[in-house]
Ligand binder design. Structure first.
Ligand code: SF4
Ligand code: SF4
Length: 171
C-alpha cells in the first residue's frame, strides 16, 4: 500500500460530487423525447405520386435486398378500370416484419422508384408479434393535398412521359 493510497476513496467521492452538479445527460423518456438525427433510419413509408397513385410497382427488389428476409411483396397487374400505380404493376400485398427488420436501409437503396423510404419514427415496440408485421395499409403515406385514394386513372398529364416529368417535379 502506497503512502497516499488512503486518499483514493476521497478522490472517488470527488468524482461523484463533481458530477452531482453537472447538467444531467439522461432524458426522461417517454415523457420527454429528443428529435432524432434527420437521416435516422426509422419506420418505413410507401410513398405516393402527387395525384395519390402509389410509387411501388411490386418489383420485389426491396425484398431481395433485405438481409433479414423481413419484406414480403406480391405484385398485381393494373388495369384501365383499376389502377393503383402508374406502371404496369403495383404492390398488391406489402408487408414488413419488424420482428426481423434491423433498420439497415438496404431495401430503400434497392427501390428503383423511391417508393420505399424510411421515416424518423422509432417507437416500434408492441405487445404482440402479429402487430409488428406492418401491412401495406399501415406503411402507405397518408393522402396529401390534391391526392385521391387509388384506384383511379393517372391524373398528371396525358402521356407517361408527362406523368413522370410532372410527378418528379412535384413529388
Ligand atoms: S431496413 Fe434492412 S432489415 Fe429492415 S426491411 Fe429494409 S433491408 Fe430489411
Ligand atoms: S418498394 Fe420499391 S423495390 Fe419494393 S416492391 Fe415496391 S417498387 Fe419494388
Amino acid at each position: 500500500m502506497g503512502a497516499t493510497d488512503w486518499l483514493n476513496p476521497i478522490k472517488g467521492f470527488g468524482v461523484t460530487f463533481h458530477h452531482m452538479f453537472k447538467k444531467p445527460v439522461t432524458v426522461n423518456y417517454p415523457e420527454e423525447k429528443r428529435p432524432t438525427a434527420p437521416r435516422f433510419h426509422g419506420r418505413h413509408q410507401l410513398n405516393r405520386w402527387p395525384d395519390g397513385l402509389e410509387k411501388c410497382v411490386g418489383c420485389e427488389l426491396c425484398a431481395w435486398a433485405c438481409p433479414a428476409d423481413a419484406i414480403y411483396v406480391e405484385g398485381g397487374d393494373n388495369t384501365d378500370s383499376e389502377r393503383y400505380s402508374p406502371g404496369e404493376r403495383y404492390g398488391r400485398v406489402y408487408q414488413i416484419n419488424y420482428l426481423r427488420c434491423i433498420l439497415c436501409g438496404l431495401c430503400i437503396e434497392a427501390c428503383p422508384t423511391r417508393a420505399l423510404t424510411m421515416t424518423n419514427e422509432y417507437e416500434l415496440a408492441d405487445s404482440s408479434r402479429e402487430s409488428l408485421i406492418y401491412t401495406k395499409e399501415m406503411l402507405l403515406a397518408p393522402l396529401g393535398p390534391g391526392m385521391e385514394q387509388p384506384p383511379h386513372p393517372m391524373r398528371l398529364g396525358e402521356s407517361e412521359e408527362d406523368y413522370y416529368r410532372l410527378g418528379q417535379s412535384n413529388g
